[in-house]
Design a binder for this molecule. Structure first.
Ligand SMILES: Nc1nc2c(ncn2[C@@H]2O[C@H](COP(=O)(O)OP(=O)(O)O)[C@@H](O)[C@H]2O)c(=O)[nH]1
Ligand SMILES: [Mg+2]
Length: 374
């Protein structure tokens, strides 16, 4: 009992001393308050700073939606992409989402996606005729081509589903009934990352600056997937000179004014673009012609090259926009904003040094820069 009483008296003395020092010695207070109040004050100051006030979205949204093509089995990857997009941009803007699938979405998929955002979310199934190898394709020839690609280790070389996907993205997604009400779309995929706060509404930027197609990463296409694509493109150009835009971006995709394709394309897993361009007469005729050659199945034409060639031929070069401020990763490659001011304002979580743009032999960004400043 005596010992307990002594401990209590010592403890009370120490507590009293602490309070006396806190009131009388500022430095003591600073050292013992764990900087917590300072941190809170700093946080509040930051949070109400002018920058944040400026971030508030304009009242009016563009006629736009996100679109993600995804399987039920990619639910976790889809959640991760949506979460990042909501955190970095959409929770302040509220654009809707359209999810598309060649099979019906499961209840579990719909429930776990819908809970992530207060925005409107819709789930659509793709009509079979938009997602299947056409009857007139010579299956013998197509399967021989697939086997050959498997033998030479071409990525997705043996997959018919991948070819259906590329054809769907090239010429059908913007015809889906859930996308009919919209003009603008932002394509997202499962498992992509967004590294920076996006302060300015990219859709409004496109609208107000007369842009049609926006990208973040540009790469070279795998040659084995497109042997006959450029000859087909040249045939189309010869037959339809009326569709070729003045001051187009041919210089981005060809170094010799269209004689050969340099294989540069915008990486279409990210796109912010105007669906009315794909729906318009030039691109529609272009897609119909390319599709009629069977190249999606006899070879393995990708939607990235098809979109990029279409945009480069039928748009003026100023209608194509590079989104520097959107830090973005798909698979192993990422774009991180290069200018320090943009990187800092976006509170980007990516390393500028590791950005793909100027650090990789597969990047077409240096070529884009040369072209756009020429
Ligand atoms: N529903 C569905 N989506 C697919 C299928 N294959 C690919 N996708 C989607 O199409 C996009 C591109 O596919 P991905 O496998 O990422 O191809 P990569 O980016 O070229 O390597 C992604 O959004 C995928 O979720 C499929 O068979 N069914
Ligand atoms: Mg992908």
């Amino acid at each position: 009992m005596g010992r307990l009483l002594r401990y209590s008296i010592v403890l009370m003395l120490m507590i009293s001393l602490h309070y006396i020092l806190t009131w009388t010695h500022h430095r003591y207070w600073e050292a013992t308050s764990f900087g917590l109040s300072k941190f809170t004050a700093h946080f509040q100051e930051e949070y109400t700073s002018e920058d944040h006030i400026k971030e508030e979205p304009a009242n009016e949204l563009a006629n736009a939606t996100y679109v993600m093509l995804v399987r039920n089995s990619d639910l976790d990857g889809a959640i991760s992409s949506i979460r990042a997009l909501e955190d970095r941009f959409n929770s302040r803007f509220g654009y809707p989402y359209v999810f598309l699938n060649d099979e019906p979405f499961s209840e579990e998929f719909k429930r776990r996606i819908s809970v992530l955002t207060p925005s409107k979310v819709e789930f659509g199934t793709i009509p079979k005729e938009h997602w299947s190898q056409p009857d007139w394709i010579d299956e013998k020839k197509a399967s021989k081509a697939r086997q050959q690609m498997v033998a030479t280790n071409v990525k997705y070389g043996g997959s018919v589903a991948y070819r259906n996907m590329c054809r769907f993205n090239s010429g059908f997604f913007y015809r889906h009934e859930l996308l009919q009400p919209y003009k603008w779309y932002w394509r997202i995929e499962p498992n992509v990352k967004f590294f920076c706060d996006i302060h300015q509404d990219p859709f409004k930027y496109m609208e107000e600056n007369n842009k049609t197609y926006g990208f973040t990463i540009a790469v070279y296409e795998i040659p084995a997937t497109i042997p006959s694509l450029w000859p087909a493109v040249r045939e189309f150009i010869d037959d339809h000179p009326e569709y070729i835009a003045e001051d187009n971006a041919m210089g981005f995709i060809s170094q010799n004014n269209g004689l050969t394709y340099n294989r540069c394309h915008f990486w279409s897993n990210f796109e912010i673009a105007d669906m009315d361009f794909w729906r318009g007469p030039a691109y529609s005729a272009f897609f119909e012609f390319l599709d009629s050659t069977g190249g999606f199945y006899y070879e393995r034409w990708g939607d990235a090259a098809i979109h990029s060639i279409g945009a480069s031929l039928f748009l003026k070069r100023e209608q194509i926009h590079f989104f520097e401020e959107i830090g973005y990763q798909h698979d192993d490659w990422y774009h991180c904003p290069r200018p320090d001011a943009i990187w800092t304002k976006g509170r980007c979580s990516c390393s500028q040094r590791g950005s793909f743009d100027y650090n990789h032999e597969s990047s077409c960004k240096p070529h884009w820069d040369r072209f756009i400043t020429s």
